[in-house]
Design a protein around this ligand. Structure first.
Ligand code: ZN
Length: 305
């Protein structure tokens, strides 16, 4: 009898233990019958206090003159990238030939992958918010610090470049990525883009990339490691509404294709004692090197006199 009881208890127990390690977004909780861990229960560092994303209150950001322009290397290289549905997002694998330096970063960082977060609602799909406002999507280009493997873990081991996406005119540059979505509806599927694009093709105009926000935070998915130096660019990418909706329509969270992949967005986390910085304001004179040289010359002459 006792054995039978024990067996009954075992049989009746929800598959919690098995599924406990599997995290999901809020929107997946109910359809999954609460067998996955929603954002409130994410493990690792996820319940710590230097987390991402955050709301950026632009009036409270502090100007940091060290936040200069980035130097993008390999961002102009055209390639037919591999695109993957990893069950949480769509990821573009970036190989080993793309890197960034400058932008107030301490060293060079190598790009690993880019992925996006989105919603069907045009004001619900970004992870970071500007003054409480959410965008249609957010794109993250994830870079890793070049360093000896033996070095310690640092708060800036990973550099993520974050771009907001808003609904606007059709963006032909994004089409190879948008079209690839149809080939990878289910988790663990991957495909190759049908035509080649460069990373610059996906970004806003290069001139706008000197305007950005900077703070230290975490990965926005478990285990939410607090080792990310965040760069959130001010200028959004524009995609047509239909291009944005394609992500929610073509991709699924599950193998049965019963849960559309959408609202893969972590709630905003408390900023706490952290400060968000902004890149140097472009003075109309100082932003132009051609004008800067004579200006410096005048200053030098002034000093010499
Ligand atoms: Zn992300």
């Amino acid at each position: 009898m006792r054995l039978l009881l024990a067996l009954l208890v075992l049989a009746a127990a929800p598959p919690r233990a098995r599924a406990a390690s599997h995290w999901c977004y809020q929107i997946q909780l109910k359809p999954s019958n609460y067998t996955c861990l929603g954002p409130g229960e994410w493990e690792g560092s996820c319940q710590s206090n230097r987390q991402s994303p955050v709301n950026i209150v632009t009036a409270k950001t502090q100007l940091d003159p060290n936040l200069g322009r980035f130097s993008f290397s390999g961002y102009d290289r055209k390639h037919q990238w591999v695109v993957e549905n990893n069950g949480h997002t769509v990821m573009v694998l970036l190989g080993d030939e793309v890197s960034i330096a400058g932008g107030g970063l301490s060293t060079r960082y190598r790009a690993k992958q880019l992925h996006l977060h989105w919603s069907r609602a045009m004001d619900q799909g970004s992870e970071h918010t500007f003054n409480g406002e959410r965008f249609a999507m957010e794109m993250h280009i994830v870079h890793e610090k070049e360093k000896a493997p033996s070095s310690n873990v640092n708060e800036d081991d990973i550099a993520v470049l974050a771009f907001m996406v808003e609904a606007g005119s059709n963006n032909v540059n994004f089409q190879p990525l948008v079209e690839a979505l149809s080939d990878i509806p289910r988790p663990n599927m991957n495909t190759t883009m049908k035509s080649s694009i460069s990373l610059f093709h996906l970004l806003p105009e290069e001139e706008s990339l000197r305007h950005y926000f900077r703070y230290l935070g975490s990965l926005t998915t478990p285990t939410c490691d607090e080792k990310v130096v965040w760069t959130v660019f001010q200028e959004p990418i524009q995609l047509h509404r239909d291009q944005i909706l394609a992500f929610s329509q073509k991709l699924f969270y599950d193998h049965e294709q019963s849960m559309n992949m959408t609202d893969n967005v972590r709630p905003v986390q408390s900023l706490g004692q952290r400060q968000v910085f902004r890149s140097r304001a472009p003075g109309p004179l100082l932003s132009q090197p051609t004008l800067l040289a004579p200006a410096l010359a005048c200053l030098t002459v002034g000093f010499l006199r």
